[in-house]
Design a protein around this ligand. Structure first.
Ligand code: AHM
Ligand code: MG
Length: 331
């Protein structure tokens, strides 16, 4: 019988000692929350979950009903178990400290509860992205500064993509494993281990409508790809852009490719669109764990010292040789 997520976590702890019981509980609870979000996504219009919530998050983005539902599901599932000290989310201005009525644990959970919001109402893949940190030792009351840790400090990271299948993808620092939701059994079943991204690719993912706003290194990289077989690359490239990072990264983990969301001139003061702590860091660690690379052009994403909870970052990730090429154009 194929291994369940629970069995994978127990066996991983036995073999590598990298998933203490509290972390296992946390990951199982996150998976349970994803299952419940998946059910809500599945119901769509029948569940009354589509459309706008007519509110804005701290980043000035209009929230969809599902953004808020998914955020609540994750909080309610995680606050009482005793494994967490606090949570941070794309949809909350400040951190959510576990209320006094529950015991506080030693982990911090960060998430983008519903990534790819623009795809919710059009029945295209969306997902949940999460990252787990350890609360720094010593200080008693948990605070926002505790979350400002480099991506390399993550103890677990993953996402769940709600597509034709619901797939949970996870790393605890020993490679990447994928679990498919078996709806009849109600559990996540291990369907792929030791995921590897090929170092070379002929597929890129970027929102081409922003091309005129990009910086020279990015334009140069894409121009060379577009020139195809008779250009400097000597091969044709294909393009894919779902517009949900979870779906685009899932494709790259499955068959290779390079994903980019670079800085652009529309908002020159922001380093990019995507958020470092709960989007770029978990995805970068997964990609590195699968043999790929992830940079902001200048620097490995996992080496960036965060200054703010909702900090943004430029992202280039995926097949190693392509990420190195576009990064070299920046340096
Ligand atoms: P969200 O977290 O509000 O959904 O925004 C992030 C999403 C990513 O999933 C995706 O890569 C990107 O925004 C798409 O942006 P654009 O609409 O500019 O192509
Ligand atoms: Mg997002």
């Amino acid at each position: 019988m194929a291994a369940s997520l629970s069995r994978y976590l127990v066996e991983q702890q036995r073999a590598k000692g990298n998933i203490p019981p509290e972390l296992r509980l946390l990951l199982e609870v996150v998976a349970r929350a994803c299952k419940s979000i998946s059910h809500a996504v599945n119901k769509g219009a029948l569940g009354g979950v589509l459309g706008s919530a007519h509110s804005e998050n701290v980043q000035g983005e209009v929230q969809k009903k599902l953004d808020i539902i998914a955020n609540e599901v994750l909080i309610e599932a995680n606050e009482w178990g005793g494994h967490l000290a606090a949570m941070a989310s794309e949809e909350m201005d400040s951190i959510y400290v576990v209320p006094n009525r529950y015991p506080q644990g030693e982990y911090l959970l960060l998430f983008d509860p519903l990534d790819g919001s623009s795809n919710i109402d059009v029945n295209v893949s969306i997902g949940t992205i999460f990252s787990v940190l350890k609360k720094p030792e010593g200080n008693l009351a948990v605070c926002e500064a505790d979350f400002l840790q480099k991506g390399q400090a993550q103890v677990a990271a993953g996402y769940c993509v709600y597509g034709p299948q619901t797939t949970l993808v996870l790393t605890v620092g020993d490679g990447v494993a994928m679990f498919t939701l078996d709806r009849e059994q109600g559990s996540f079943v291990l369907t792929q281990e030791h995921v590897q991204i090929p170092a070379d690719t002929q597929e890129f993912a970027v929102n081409m409508s922003n091309m005129r706003h990009w910086d020279a290194p990015v334009t140069r990289y894409i121009d060379e790809c577009l020139a195809g077989q008779t250009g400097p690359r000597g091969k044709d490239f294909n393009m894919r852009w779902v517009g949900s990072m979870v779906a685009d990264v899932h494709r790259i983990l499955t068959r290779g490719g390079v994903f980019m969301y670079p800085w652009d001139k529309r908002e020159p003061d922001k380093p990019g669109k995507l958020r470092l702590l709960y989007e770029a860091n978990p995805m970068s660690w997964l990609v590195e764990q699968a043999g790929g690379a992830a940079t902001n052009g200048q620097q490995r994403i996992l080496d960036i010292q965060p200054q703010q909870l909702h900090q943004r970052v430029s992202v280039f990730l995926g097949s190693k040789n392509e990420v190195e090429r576009v990064s070299a154009f920046h340096n």
